[in-house]
Design a protein. Sequence first.
Length: 77
Amino acid sequence: MEQVCPLCNAMQTVAEECPYCGNNIVDGGSLNNYLGPYSPYMEAKSLPLQPEGYCVHLVYCPECQYDARLAVALVTI
Ligand SMILES: [Zn+2]
Ligand SMILES: [Zn+2]
């Protein structure tokens, strides 16, 4: 049994609409990819909190550049 993020593993897509223009929001990837432990720009203590059982993704609207963070519940496989 393993807990994985359905978005990171392409099991699921973002099913959210942009609150501004109604366009489909797309996945920009896990925040871990932006602010991972090897990022030169962030110190460990300033990393965003990844809540237990969730993978936080950066999602954005390709139409109006709205972006948000989305906590995706991990699934057990
Ligand atoms: Zn993920
Ligand atoms: Zn939009």
